[in-house]
Write a protein that binds this ligand. Structure first.
Ligand code: HEM
Ligand code: FES
Length: 357
């Protein structure tokens, strides 16, 4: 298949990206430990092992925060799309850093007594009804289990076996995991911390993640509401042909809550579902490359008129009938079965975009 049609696999781009992330992780841990030693020169937190445990935990939390802001940022600007393309690798690396934090904390705090470290983790502190003494490690453990499930199923093998909706639902657990981690930090590290810098950084991370999600969600809702008023005679009026940027799409909501991506490619217009077969990526945020609609997330491709991936691939997505009438583009909200060929609507001379001389 053409441009970038690859499932998540190693390629040069990903290897380079992983090296950058590795370097950033090493720098973050080094800076955290250096600043920690400067600001806490004595006592429990000056112990290099404790500092390393904290540094690994803080790095994993920062990485997870980055993972969660990539999605909304990519919706706000296509400049962030390359980060979305590499997000799964970042997720697996976050799990590895969190594992190092967990493993070291378990050995350091729970392996010197007579109990098995895992038993000690859950049995040594029963103060579940106390805020300052809460066994915050158990919250970290619950978050860790979720990260483990996500990392273990991150390969496309699991995506295909679990089906895209189940896989997506499983990976939405990242939000409860993030909430558990905020509590892990608030009830753990922040209870012992005197400086205000920690609560401010943790609070800012939480506000940025939730604020960006709320903002992009609101923008989509507002766009959907605006479009709904254009519904005429059962078909949806999505605007004038020139409202659709060439080689790109407009995304319109449908009465049943689905979304359709209406692509313009030169003087033709075709519509397909907005949900990519791979992981439900937003096809309407992609482009037409080499004549194929190309998903912005991982580059899967589909022909605009029949929604079928070009050979040798065989994936199919639903198409929609499109018509141009009185200078407006109308879409039939009834989806055609995946892979159904539809006649592209042809833009008349007046509707055409100016051609390059
Ligand atoms: C997804 C997994 C986890 C993440 C991302 C995470 C993250 C964090 C963060 C950000 C801190 C605060 C670091 C600081 O002081 O700046 C922390 C502290 C801590 N975490 Fe975790 N944690 C995770 C899982 C666990 C688990 C499973 C345990 C169980 C042993 C654990 C034990 C601790 C301990 C003991 C501290 C306090 C370290 C100290 O100050 O002595 N964490 N963690
Ligand atoms: S290519 Fe992965 S979601 Fe579309």
């Amino acid at each position: 298949m053409g441009h970038e049609y690859k499932a998540i696999q190693w390629n040069k781009n990903k290897a380079v990206y992983d090296v950058y992330v590795f370097i950033a992780v090493a720098i973050f841990i080094g800076v955290f430990m250096a600043v920690g030693l400067q600001t806490h020169p004595s006592g429990h937190t000056a112990d290099p092992v404790v500092l390393l445990i904290r540094a690994l935990g803080a790095t994993a939390f920062a990485m997870l925060t980055a993972i969660l802001v990539i999605g909304p940022l990519a919706r706000l600007s296509p400049r962030f799309l390359p980060m979305l393309y590499n997000r799964r690798h970042l997720g697996v690396m976050t799990f590895l850093v969190a594992s190092a934090h967990f493993g070291l904390a378990l050995l350091w705090y729970h392996s010197s007594g007579p109990l098995n470290p895992f038993v000690s983790l859950f049995a040594s502190n029963p103060l579940y009804d106390s805020i300052p003494g809460f066994p915050f490690e158990t919250l970290g453990f619950a978050a860790f289990l979720i990260l483990f499930l996500m990392a273990a199923t991150s390969h496309d093998f699991w995506l295909n076996n679990l089906s895209a909706p189940v896989w997506k639902m499983l990976h939405m657990l990242v939000y409860p995991a993030y909430a558990l981690l905020i509590l892990h930090i608030v009830l753990g590290a922040l209870m012992m911390e005197k400086s205000m810098v920690y609560p401010i950084i943790t609070g800012a991370a939480f506000l940025i993640v939730s604020g960006l999600h709320l903002y992009t969600g609101f923008r989509e809702w507002a766009a959907d509401s605006g479009m709904k008023s254009l519904k005429t005679k059962g078909w949806i009026d999505v605007g004038a042909p020139n409202d659709i940027p060439n080689m790109r799409a407009l995304i319109a909501p449908l009465p049943k809550g689905d979304r359709v991506a209406i692509f313009r490619y030169d003087d033709k217009i075709s519509a397909v579902t907005n949900a990519c077969r791979h992981q439900n990526g937003p096809l309407g945020e992609g482009r037409v490359i080499d004549g194929c609609i190309t998903c912005p997330w991982h580059g899967w491709q589909y022909k605009p008129d029949d929604g079928i991936s070009p050979p040798p691939f065989t994936e199919k997505i639903a198409t929609y009938n499109v018509r141009i009438e009185n200078g407006r583009v109308f879409v039939d909200p009834k989806a055609n079965p995946p892979g159904t060929r539809t006649e592209p609507a042809i833009i008349s001379v007046q509707g055409r975009l100016p051609q390059c001389p």
